[in-house]
Design a protein around this ligand. Structure first.
Ligand SMILES: [Zn+2]
Length: 254
């Protein structure tokens, strides 16, 4: 059993995360308050906060012991985490905390830029956009509150869910599944390079995106989102090799 998981088990009661309730959001697969739900949230939070670093093995046996539950419950949670892009299931080897490569991060952020742009276009065109996005106003208020009360796991989770919740408002279930995976995986990516617990989005920027949407101004919402995601992408990607000035190092001896 890893040290981190022992710690999680010890803190189980105090760390158990409340699922975020978003109107219209599909039901979580686990029963509310069940062992399955608690295990999912604790592992999710530990990954997002980098208490469980990438490539950590999640052994079924240890999880069964920690949560005093059956193997099929553990497998359900692991496959849920895998569907969300948080865990990689490797044949004959088991479950590992995902560790996306830099190349994958580039592709994921590029795809997020395209998808989130399309989502904003659709939402801004809705006649009742103000009412449609009202739950997200509350969500941003909750993000701010979690930050102010130093509840980092909740802050990180809410800031990631803001993006999935936007996609949910578009009403396309396939898009939501794709976004859930992309958002989890990119947030995890940022967790692996930032100081622990420092991988949440700016709630002020989320608020500004909603302001633009409320005005029905798709172009402004899209440019604010592009800036917001661009800043996230910069946090996980090294400078392009092309930016390096070879003349500063080479060719000085002649
Ligand atoms: Zn964000």
């Amino acid at each position: 059993m890893s040290k981190s998981l022992k710690l999680i088990a010890a803190n189980a009661e105090s760390k158990a995360g409340e699922p975020t309730e978003i109107p219209g959001k599909p039901a979580k697969p686990a029963r509310k308050g069940s062992v399955e739900e608690r295990m999912y949230h604790e592992i999710y939070d530990a990954i997002m906060e980098h208490r469980l670093p990438p490539r950590t093995k999640l052994t079924e046996h240890s999880l069964c012991e920690i949560y005093a539950t059956a193997r099929h419950t553990v497998r359900k949670v692991l496959s849920h985490l895998a569907a969300d892009g948080m865990v990689d299931l490797e044949p004959n080897r088991g479950a590992f905390i995902a560790s996306p490569s830099t190349d994958e991060a580039h592709d994921m952020f590029e795809l997020r830029q395209m998808l989130e742009r399309a989502v904003l276009e659709k939402l801004a065109g809705m006649a009742d956009v103000k009412a449609v996005i009202a739950p997200l106003r509350q969500m941003v208020a909750n993000e701010r509150q979690a930050f102010l009360t130093h509840d980092r796991p909740k802050w990180i989770r809410l800031s990631a869910e803001f993006h999935t919740a936007l996609a949910e408002l578009s009403g396309n279930a396939l898009l939501v599944n794709m976004m859930r995976r992309l958002v989890s995986r990119t947030t995890l990516m940022i967790a692996s390079v930032e100081a622990p617990g420092n991988n949440a989005c700016s709630f002020d920027e989320h608020e500004e995106i909603l302001d633009a949407l409320e005005q029905g101004n798709a172009a402004l919402a899209q440019s604010r989102m592009a800036h917001h995601l661009g800043a996230c992408a910069d946090r996980v990607q090294p400078d392009e090799p092309g930016n390096f000035d070879l003349r500063s190092v080479l060719g000085r001896s002649t």
